[in-house]
Design a protein around this ligand. Structure first.
Ligand SMILES: [Zn+2]
Length: 369
C-alpha cells in the first residue's frame, strides 16, 4: 500500500491547527488539532511512499514510534485515505473517460481502494433497460458511460423523431430499428473502444423499466414484471408522464413491494383505480398525438434513474426500495411516495416488509359548478 490523501477532496486549513478535506457537507471532514510536524508528515502522504518509507519519514521528522499507524488509522476512518497502488492500477486499466467517475467513487466509498473495486465491479455488471425513448435510451447511455460492462436495451418498432434526445438516440437514426439505434447510443457512450464480449447474454443484475409511455412505469402492469419476480431479478421503474418525472420504486422480488403490491394497495384505497388506469392506457393507444415529454425533465429523470441503478450496482443499498420520487414542472417540485407490500400479492414481500403507512396520492378534487 502507498497511502495517499484522496486527491478528489479539496484541502483547506480553517486555522493553524484544523484542516478540512472536501467542500460539500455530505463528504467533508474536519481534522484537528494537527501540529506543524504532523502537517508536514501528512504532506508526504501523496502516494509516492510505501508504508515503510512513511515510517522512515516519521522518524526523520521526530514523530514518536507508532505515530504513522495511528495517523493512517485516523485518516482512514475519516474516509480521506486512499491507496495509490490501487490508483496506479487504475491508471493502467481504467480509461481516462472514467477517471472522474472513479474519483467520485473514491469520495463516496470511505475505505482505501474501495472506489476502484466498485468501478471494476461495474465493468462486470449487466443491466437491461426496457424502453428506448428519450428516457430509456439516455439511461442506457449514461450507464454505459459510467462503466457498466453490458447494457442491453429492449424495445420494438422504429425510431420516431420524438424518440431522439441529446446523449440518447441521435436524430440521424430516425427510421432505424429502436433497439439497434439504442445499442448504437450505448456503444457511443462506452468509455472503451473494444472489449471481449461474451457470446451468451449474461443474466442482468438489474432491469430498468423506462418505457416510452411513462404511464407503463407509473402504473406498472404486474404481468410485465412477472418473469423478473419469478427469477428474483431486481427491477427499477422510472420515466416521464405528462409533465411529471419519477424514479422508483426499486423492486427486490420477495423483499420489497412490487407492481402487484402497488396495484392491489391502490385498488383497495380507490376501487376505481384499475378502471382509471385502463382508460389511460386505451386513450394512449387511440390518440394519434405525441406524448408529452419535456427534454430537460427527461434528462433529469434519466440521470436520477441511472444514479439509483449505479448505487444499487455499487452495493450502496436499494435506495428507491418501496419509494417513488416525483419531480413536477415547473421548477422540478419534488415529492415522495411510499408503497407497502400487499399481503395478498404472490410476490411474498409482505411477509418480510414491515408495514409502512401509505402516503396519500390523492388528486385534488375540483367541484364543477
Ligand atoms: Zn408484490
Amino acid at each position: 500500500m502507498h497511502p495517499m490523501i484522496k486527491p478528489a477532496l479539496r484541502r483547506a486549513w480553517r486555522d493553524r491547527q484544523t484542516v478540512q478535506y472536501g467542500v460539500a457537507p455530505a463528504h467533508a471532514v474536519l481534522l484537528g488539532p494537527v501540529d506543524n510536524t504532523t502537517a508536514a508528515f501528512m504532506e508526504s502522504m501523496d502516494g509516492t511512499r510505501s508504508l515503510v518509507q512513511l515510517r522512515e519519514e516519521a522518524t526523520r521528522l521526530g514523530l514518536p514510534e507508532g505515530a504513522t499507524e495511528q495517523l493512517l488509522d485516523r485518516l482512514a476512518s475519516a474516509g480521506v485515505l486512499d491507496d495509490a497502488t490501487a490508483d496506479r492500477e487504475a491508471s493502467a486499466s481504467v480509461h481516462d473517460r472514467l477517471r472522474p467517475d472513479l474519483a467520485s467513487l473514491s469520495v463516496v466509498h470511505r475505505r482505501p481502494g474501495d472506489g476502484l473495486r466498485r468501478l471494476v465491479a461495474r465493468g462486470e455488471a449487466s443491466v437491461q433497460v426496457r424502453g428506448a425513448g428519450r428516457v430509456g435510451a439516455l439511461v442506457a447511455s449514461v450507464l454505459s458511460a459510467a462503466g457498466v460492462g453490458e447494457v442491453a436495451v429492449v424495445d420494438g418498432g422504429q425510431v420516431e423523431p420524438w424518440d431522439t434526445a441529446p446523449g440518447a438516440i441521435a436524430p440521424d437514426d430516425c427510421g432505424e430499428r429502436r433497439d439497434v439505434a439504442a445499442r448504437r447510443a450505448v456503444s457511443r457512450a462506452r468509455p472503451w473502444n473494444s472489449r471481449p464480449r461474451s457470446r451468451s447474454r449474461p443474466v442482468p443484475r438489474l432491469v430498468v423499466f423506462a418505457p416510452r409511455d411513462g404511464l407503463d412505469a407509473y402504473a406498472p402492469d404486474p404481468g410485465a414484471a412477472e418473469g423478473f419476480i419469478g427469477a428474483g431479478t431486481p427491477h427499477l421503474y422510472g420515466g416521464v408522464v405528462e409533465s411529471t418525472g419519477f424514479v422508483g420504486p426499486l423492486v427486490t422480488p420477495g423483499v420489497s413491494p412490487c407492481a402487484g403490491c402497488m396495484l392491489r394497495a391502490r385498488a383497495e384505497r380507490e376501487p376505481s383505480w384499475p378502471l382509471v388506469v385502463g382508460q389511460w392506457r386505451m386513450s394512449a393507444r387511440r390518440r394519434s398525438g405525441v406524448p408529452a415529454c419535456d427534454s430537460a425533465l427527461a434528462t433529469v429523470v434519466a440521470g436520477a434513474i441511472a444514479s439509483y441503478a449505479l448505487s444499487f450496482l455499487d452495493g450502496d443499498g436499494a435506495c428507491a426500495s418501496g419509494y417513488r420520487t416525483r419531480f413536477s414542472l415547473p421548477h422540478l417540485v419534488g415529492s415522495t411516495e411510499q408503497f407497502s407490500a400487499h399481503p395478498e400479492c404472490p410476490c411474498g414481500a409482505s411477509s418480510v416488509t414491515a408495514d409502512h403507512p401509505l402516503s396519500a396520492d390523492a388528486v385534488e378534487e375540483v367541484t364543477m359548478a
